[in-house]
Design a protein around this ligand. Sequence first.
Ligand code: GAL
Length: 658
Amino acid sequence: MTSPRWLRRDGEARLEFGADYNPEQWPRDVWDDDVRAMREAGVTVVSLAIFSWARLEPAEGEYDFGWLDEAMDLLHANGILVDLATATASPPPWLSTAHPEILPVDREGRTIWPGGRQHWRPTSPVFRTHALRLVHAMATRYAAHPALSAWHVSNELGCHNIYDYSDDAARAFRGWLRARYHTIEALNDAWGTAFWSQRYADFDQILPPRLAATHPNPSQQLDFKRFSSDALKDYLRAEKEVLRSLTPDVPVTTNFMVMGETKGMDYADWAHEVDFVANDHYRLPGPQDFDELSFSANLTGNLAGGRPWFLMEHSTSAVNWQPINVAKKPGEMARDALTHVAHGADAVCYFQWRQSKAGAEKYHSGMLPHAGTDSALFRSVTALGATLRDLADVAGSPRTTAPVAIVFDWASWWAVEQDSHPSERLRYKQEALDWYTALLDLGIRADVVPLETDLSRYAAVIAPMLHVVPATTAIRFGDYVANGGHLITTYFSGIVDEHDHVWLGGYPGAFRELLGIRVEEFVPLLDGEVAELDNGTSGTVWTEPVEVVDSAVEVLATYKTGETAGKPAVTRRVVGSGSAAYVSTRLGPAGILPVLDALLDRAGVLSELPGDLRGRVELTVRGDHQFVINRGDGPVDIGALGGPVTDLPGRGVVVITR
Ligand code: GAL
């Protein structure tokens, strides 16, 4: 981050509460009801004008700011701050009609037409000219408005347009590659183009990885992912520069989707571009959905460097974009919100304030539902507003470092899930989440951290499926262990360098010596196949015939069945006071649990919770404040923690301030 700047406002520290607000979808008289209900709910901030381009600039160069002036004035008069969008997220019909060359193109060459939203090419100079002109007009108009608290660049950059294969993208990709490799020889080496006659004579011959006869070059694919993240980051910077030049004192952010399904934006890299990190999170139903929320909040907090961050969007209840959109159960809304706060959020905001009456999101919940203020949902919203007011002294406290880290790396996420691999079943995020669930089950606090984090802060570091390991990373992890750190890594880690070239001599390549093992061939499992281990657990998806090649390695579990029967499955090499452990199969949370318990025990990492609370509650710490979150639906007796509450109801959260 350039600097840790928070919302521009006066007054005491507090937790902010609010939503996206789209007054342009409603008649003017509804706005007065809106602000009245906002005050009742305790709303302190709204994000405004996110999808308003067509309304603000109805024809090229003609602006209609009157309605937005009025909305800004009304909000200010009611003491509500505005996180003002630059309004560039969705281009208006006049622009895409006059300039269809701004429309993205998919890998099959199909145009992404208007009709939805975010139909613009990140690399289009035409789009950029029009968008930056609007940003300039917005910043000029509202620079001095007292409600303006922060700028919200575009919206969820890359949600729908991260991968564009257009001619603009091709041109920009070539420029990006020139800057990265300087010479075409270096690019040919990096992409391994001796294979399949792919050798390039000039940068001008290079294309994005468009639909090809068979697997496109994997190094090209990986670089295209890096480029696509950079292209949108560059666009974010362009808007930021305009805003900085006109409103240097107003912090700039944009809403990330840290655990979003698109996975295309390297937020470890983007986090440096914003004045404060903001994130959107939506739960997908599933057995680990709440753990996943916690994982996302945790990583977001660490992307923010432990400093407070802004939960820009989540939902009060159901969304509209899943196959079946499940309403939140009683207590889930507050628990979800407070879990984000537990992981460092100083703002709890929703999509959106008033549930829409028309449009694709009319069945998406809001703070104010179709049923109106006389509804259970609005009463829960109001109750949450009061809870957040009571927790005002949490605001500003940084996350307290945990004893264990889980490393999360975008390049590995991208590379692991590319095609032409030993198995298509590998899921990077799921593997990381499984380790997180096991830690929660053991009652051990962990930080989910980006790859470049200072590892020396942690007694133990888990690097699940850390597949892309440049030489410098291998050295860093080696140093961590040599200095007494305890590393745990898994199958398909340490396999390739930054160009997706295999480290030779046996797997797991870059970590082979550190782990003291050697694998000659992967043995992936077919769907439904299971390999039993002699510790009572079993592996799926992947196995390896591990050979121990160092006398300091102990075997913690051995395969009992399958092609790898009799071979080590889990190993640990002692290195001075540190260690390096390897798990060669997919154990899932239940199988990870005993292995992790044994490894952390040897690393001297103990749960901070009394035995009967481990796994039943999640504990997080922000300075003097401990958050205790009930992970289940039934009550838990937390009297042993000595806080203000003895019986923590199902889905309940309590904050104990020491
Ligand atoms: C986000 C988006 C919002 C809204 C929301 C619905 O992706 O930023 O505008 O569409 O999803 O869940």
